[in-house]
Design a protein around this ligand. Sequence first.
Ligand code: EPZ
Length: 426
Amino acid sequence: MDKIIISGRKKLHGKVSISGAKNAALAILPAAALSDGVCRIENVPNISDITLMCKLLENIGVNVKMLNKSTIEIDPGNMRCEVASYEIMRNIRASCYLLGALLGKFNESKVYLPGGCDFGIRPIDQHLKGFKALGADYSLDAGMVQVRCDKLTGSNVYLDVVSVGATVNILLAAVKAEGLTVIENAAREPHIVDLANFLNCMGADIVGAGTDIIKIRGVKTLSGTNYSIIPDQIEAGTYLTIAAATAGDITIENITPKHLESITAKLKEIGVEIYEYGDSIRAKGNEDLKKCNVKTMPHPGFPTDMQPQITSLLSRAVGTSIVNEAVWDNRFRYIEELRRMGANISVDGRLAVIEGVKDLIGAPVKATDLRAGAALVIAGLSAKGKTIIEDIKHIERGYENMVEKLQSIGAEISKIRETDTQEEVG
Ligand code: EPZ
């Protein structure tokens, strides 16, 4: 198992280029399988979740070709309506998008219940509510869900809870349904807008993505197209937080500042200087981090996928900060690891109460999920001494070349392979 070693307290300076958005790519790749032609998708992040999604699509006959490290060609010509590999499906949440893609393509689908980051129950009742509204029946048995119908017919769906996954899956099932589908209380994330834009490039008829009401008029065919994925606002927010945590001066490039508004607003509240340009943002940190309160919300609120990172930053802010994780049941498992580094944080249900400490001290810690791993990297970069992070496979699910990007802005960080001799790997 690879580990990351960090010697902290270095002020990081320089430029970081942001990769394509993981959660947009994980929706757009299965959406490309709905096409009757070949799609070329550019700016795809080179991360393990994408590798798994490509394997999943190949598993059901889709021809996936890596044209270069960030461009993928999807040819669904030989796609079959069958169950993909359990081993792959259990590892990524986005595998549940095969439900909507197969249903939209073949009027039936049968998949294993999805896996992904473990922070509480991750139901799919809203996905199934949407499929049912479109005329499909479903059954759950032996860890699998089967959905089928004679014909998909447009309908109204009011989501009981704002769900990114359910919004994605209903879009995938509705684009070729007969008539009009209206999704109310829809997710508004940038990756939902990116998916809708991609589907429209293929010939779909979707309006309202980015608002809480999305209207989809079914079309008969979807043709191949070329498309470039939006930048990853969570990767971008993570590097801005690193600038704040190391009192450094980092410019992130190839981004859409509007996608990060709630993140930059919070960093300004904490005392970070933020300078916005057309497709880049500069963050200048300082030693005096100000306490503040955070509540995670669906977009355009503060994103839950930035909660561990901002909590790690606030662990060194003067005073008491309160973080309310209002989206997930149990997304504070990483705090136990921050405590090993001297953080003074107590957790009560969905609330974390942070008493800022002057310094964190490097220690051996373990990444429990993707963004928890990012939080530990942030803590290690700002801590005194050496931090060793285990289980970094979680980090590599969503951050392309994180060690190399951090080395390029002055971090003393490296990756070692867990063998008899601790060989350096990057
Ligand atoms: C997506 O997960 C993201 N994953 C998550 O990012 C992100 O945390 C989440 O959206 C919220 O933004 C991908 O895009 C692959 P939800 P998803 O459905 O779709 C409840 C990362 O770090 N809910 O929006 O699974 C659910 O329990 C990952 O990149 C239902 O009750 O999230 C949760 O409380 C981690 N019933 C809330 O809605 C349902 O049918 C939001 O979940 C579906 C969801």
